[in-house]
Design a protein around this ligand. Structure first.
Ligand code: GDP
Length: 430
């Protein structure tokens, strides 16, 4: 059976922690979309890790970790990450890289960087990891698949054709030097040897694993709000962040996904540009304090170190985010962070041109939305590390009950700290 672990919001919800925890009872963990543009923070017996490309099952020797065909594969980053985790004492993990995955090339990173500079104040706040150009090339059919690495004449042809197009852009739109196809080819042939031991037919592997009754986790990157179709377009990412895309990016049959665990934080955070609508944002000193106290080391990007914008829990966005994921259950993280507050506002509606709604709107209306808050009493004590849900203060439990009612999805896990074991199980009330 397949369980998807995906984000209900803007990403950084704590999917890595939940995946690391659930991987213990699983056989396979698959990354099915995105690239090294976001990081999953994991804190376990081996230390603290920010995984960008590797699936979060790499800490268990019994887990096979698949980099699915839907991923933007940056070989240098993958090789670096494999080295890093082993240097921190993690045994060499079982990894299979799909032979159908496509390669994130140095020219994608250049194009992303040049384009952000060209856009100036209108930029999307890209991490400049090359993700948008990568996926554009995939759909324009100029991308290069991992399997192409093992057919040199084909690789040279495809690379030459891609570089021809890039160089027109680089020289004439961005006024930058051209890239050299032969130099890139030489680099790719070196990288090919780095990933050769990991490359395989992940489609056959996944279908065989299902036949054998194995448990497979799909590990999502970013969250519903960043999906190019159902998210806040165009402040989205360039791959589908929804569990449903696992059917393509990990090649699991749609009927095999039995469980969709939506991860959401007890407050909101959002990376990206300042122009992105973020209705429940907390500004000023109160925002600075929440940012400082959030996550495991404050709310700063795991990949970029950028300060994340923070806000109160947005029940409108989260209910929509869970709905489009098809959530069967929700995991609430970072409840411990809110213990300093006398009262906790929750965004329960959007006021759009004088009409209050709890339906999540399209971008033009979202840009005009003002938050409608309902305030709940705080619990004013530390709960970090608590592993027994019934031992949580009554107001903390009441806060979780309220969020569950509002999002309409059973909350089954409540996380009380960044470490693997800092988790409680909850019996849902809906
Ligand atoms: P992901 O991309 O969804 O895996 O999330 P990130 O790793 O980017 O961000 C989540 C942040 O919250 C990280 O700093 C985690 O260590 C941290 N975190 C996860 N769960 C908890 C929790 O329950 N409490 C606290 N304080 N931090 C948490």
């Amino acid at each position: 059976m397949v369980k998807a672990i995906v984000g209900a919001n803007w990403g950084d919800e704590g999917k890595g922690k939940v995946t690391d925890l659930l991987a213990e009872q699983s056989d396979v963990v698959i990354r099915f979309q995105g690239g090294a543009n976001a990081g999953h923070t994991i804190i376990n017996g081996y230390g603290r890790f920010a995984l960008h490309t590797l699936p979060s099952g790499v800490f268990y020797p019994h887990v096979t970790n698949v980099i699915g065909n839907g991923v933007a594969l940056d070989i240098a980053k993958l090789a670096g990450e494999l080295e890093e985790i082993q240097a921190q004492g993690v045994p060499a993990p079982n990894v299979i890289v799909s032979d159908r995955a496509q390669l994130l090339m140095p020219y994608h990173i250049l194009q992303d960087t040049y384009e952000e500079a060209r856009l100036g104040g209108r930029a999307f706040g890209s991490t400049k990891s090359g993700i948008a150009p990568f996926y554009s090339d995939k759909y324009a059919k100029t991308g290069i698949q991992v399997c192409d690495l093992f057919d040199e004449p084909r690789l040279r042809d495809r690379l030459t054709a891609a570089v021809e197009l890039k160089n027109v852009l680089f020289q004439h739109l961005y006024h930058q030097p051209p890239v050299d196809a032969e130099q890139l080819l030489a680099q790719l042939l070196v990288q090919r040897e780095q990933i050769r031991p990991y490359v395989g037919d992940t489609v056959a592997f996944v279908h065989q694993a299902l036949k054998e009754g194995k448990t497979i986790l799909l590990e999502g990157q970013l969250g519903s709000m960043k999906d190019p179709d159902l998210g806040i377009f165009p402040m989205t990412t360039s791959s589908h962040t929804l569990a449903g895309y696992g059917c393509v990016g990990a090649s699991v049959p749609p009927t095999a996904i039995e469980d969709v665990i939506c991860v959401t934080k007890a407050y909101s955070s959002c990376v990206g540009s300042q122009t992105e609508p973020f209705v429940s944002e907390v500004a000023g000193e109160a925002g600075d304090e929440l940012r400082r106290r959030g996550g495991d080391r404050g709310e700063f990007g795991a990949t970029t170190g950028r300060p994340r914008r923070v806000g109160w829990f947005d029940a409108v966005a989260t209910r929509y985010g869970c709905m489009v994921q098809g959530a069967t259950q929700a995991a609430l993280t970072c409840l411990d962070v809110l213990g300093y507050l006398d009262e906790i506002p929750v965004c329960v509606g959007y006021d759009i041109d004088g009409t209050v709604t709890d339906s999540f709107p399209t971008t033009p209306a979202l840009l005009r939305a003002r938050p409608v808050f309902q305030t709940l009493p705080g619990w004013k004590c530390g709960i970090r590390g608590c592993t027994d849900y019934s031992a949580l203060p009554a107001n903390a439990q009441a806060y979780v009950d309220f969020l569950e009612q509002r999002i309409g999805v059973p909350i089954t896990m409540v996380s009380t700290g960044p470490k693997r074991e800092e988790m409680t199980c909850r019996t849902p009330k809906i």
